[in-house]
Design a protein. Structure first.
Length: 210
């Protein structure tokens, strides 16, 4: 154990050991609910951040939280530096100084770690992919089928073709009944329901406006 600690806290491995410790502490805080893994994400649309976002995309590290990308790069660079220091560095003893060899090993490890981390990010992108929720106010125009016997000012239900169920309301008297095709016109926040009209009425109104 002492030998391992001596290796990871020796140059050049320590270049990646310290960030790895910081990242591990961050992940412990994230798992404990004390930090958000997306708290350091770059907003590509924000002034001055587009260049950083461009670099992330260039290296293939986009599409995942910044903390995930940095963790992957650091883990791979740390592992490569540790292995190279054990196997390759001794071959250059007496040829180059320990400092020169260390910097070469660290740079080489980082260059190899970047594409490996990019490959690791690809399957993770779908995990962190976000979709904007559709607002109830944006559903105007959706065509549904009435599932209740009637639709009144205080009662009614309908189902869209994709299986979503909506509370619907309409002025009475009307001809709406079970199986009628209707169109969602306006969302009522107060009653959490949609004002509707028959599909035929909406089509007729559209034709008149034309």
């Amino acid at each position: 154990m002492d030998l391992f600690l001596n290796e990871v806290f020796s140059f050049p491995t320590i270049i990646f050991t310290i960030p790895l410790i910081v990242l591990l502490l961050f992940w412990l805080m994230a798992f404990a609910g004390l930090a958000d893994i997306e708290m350091f994400d770059i907003d590509a649309d924000a002034q001055g951040d587009s260049a950083v976002g461009g670099w992330l995309e260039t290296f293939g590290l986009n599409g995942v939280p910044l903390t995930v990308a940095l963790t992957l790069v650091d883990i791979y660079a740390f592992a490569l530096t540790y292995l190279l220091r054990k196997t390759v560095t001794p071959l250059f003893d007496g040829i180059l100084s320990a400092t020169a060899i260390g910097f070469i090993v660290a740079i080489f490890a980082l260059m190899v770690a970047l594409p490996i981390a990019a490959l690791s990010c690809k399957p993770l992108r779908r995990v962190f992919e976000t979709h904007e929720a559709v607002s109830k106010r944006d559903l105007g125009g959706v065509i549904c089928t009435v599932t209740t016997q009637t639709v009144t000012e205080s009662f009614g239900q309908a189902t869209s073709d994709d299986g979503m169920v909506y509370a619907v309301r309409a002025n009475t008297p009307n001809d709406l009944c079970k199986g009628s095709r209707i169109v969602l016109l306006e969302y009522s926040t107060e009653h959490d329901s949609y004002i509707v009209a028959s599909e035929a009425e909406v089509m007729a109104m559209s034709s008149t406006n034309l």
